[in-house]
Design a protein around this ligand. Structure first.
Ligand SMILES: [Zn+2]
Ligand SMILES: [Zn+2]
Length: 289
């Protein structure tokens, strides 16, 4: 059986170090899902032999620049390459307006169908929704192009190709989503890029195979982690333990840590099966029968 391949296109934040800023590609069955689009993501996609055309959907966690500033050039390249296949983008409220306003000021109007699925902030607690699928409600449409913005509750499960996607809210300095992606009965990933340690993560990531989690700071800077609403590597490992994850990947490590050994050692004391994300690192996850 073919594996699910997770490729890290960038792993540091919130400013670039040697390993670039957040972006992760999940590939399975000829389909590619992209998590966050930091600046230069399209270049790194090419480096790993993937085209912008091959990506659908894109999931954006929040509107901080290190997660979203590569999106406009990515969308423009899609137009310039005459790609006509539709694209779904899921993200927080405000993402659709940001894109439509940017298109207007750049005199650029995508000619492919682009659906921006904003996740409502109204119900930040997703308990009890199960697999409820809500009909899409259109909020805005750019008359010049085929861009539409829809909004759904955070409990909605979206199925795109082989990916079953669930967004959930986490606590950060601005409204921020995290995502659980189930690919088969045996492969599941949680992408929790920027967050304080949060019970919402433990609920949403129960028994997940791979947890990719904010580890911006080491324990030497736990006060800064609290202040900026990020996590330490130890907090990431405690979360992995509490949600019963199989593997933990330390992600969004501050570039001030040129050597990540201390963070890794701290995390492994709590949760042994921990690794540090690096640019172009790949995970191969084979679904069991
Ligand atoms: Zn960030
Ligand atoms: Zn952030």
């Amino acid at each position: 059986m073919n594996p699910v391949i997770v490729t890290f296109l960038g792993s540091r934040g919130p400013y670039p170090g040697s390993d670039e800023m957040p972006s992760v590609l999940i590939s399975y069955g000829g389909k590619n899902l992209l998590l966050d689009v930091s600046e230069g993501t399209q270049h790194r996609l090419l480096e790993v032999g993937k085209s912008v055309a091959s990506v659908n959907p894109i999931l954006v966690t929040h509107m901080h620049g290190d997660h979203v500033l590569g999106l406009i050039p990515f969308l423009q390249s899609r137009s310039l390459a005459n790609i006509t296949t539709p694209l779904l983008i899921i993200g927080p409220a405000g993402l659709g307006t940001y894109l439509i306003k940017s298109f207007e000021y750049l005199y650029f109007y995508p000619e492919y169908v682009l659906v921006v699925n904003e996740v409502s902030e109204e119900s930040k607690v997703c308990e009890g929704c199960g697999d409820f699928i809500e009909p899409l409600k259109e909020l805005a449409r750019n008359q010049e192009s085929k861009v539409s913005v829809v909004r759904t509750d955070c409990c909605k499960t979206v199925i795109e190709g082989p990916f079953k996607i669930r967004a959930f809210w986490v606590e950060h300095s601005i409204p921020t989503l995290a995502y659980r992606i189930d690919i088969s009965d045996t492969i599941s990933l949680c992408y929790v890029s920027d967050t304080t340690a949060s019970d919402n993560v433990i609920k949403a990531c129960k028994n997940v195979k791979v947890l990719i989690h904010d580890s911006t700071f080491g324990s030497d800077m736990s006060d800064k982690a609290r202040e900026y609403k990020h996590s330490t590597a130890i907090q990431a490992s405690e979360t992995a333990l509490r949600c019963g994850a199989e593997t933990l990947i330390l992600y969004h490590i501050s570039p001030r840590y040129k050597n990540t050994d201390n963070l890794l050692n701290e995390a492994r004391k709590v949760f042994k099966n921990t690794y540090v994300a690096e640019k172009y690192m790949k995970l191969y996850l084979t679904p069991s029968k």
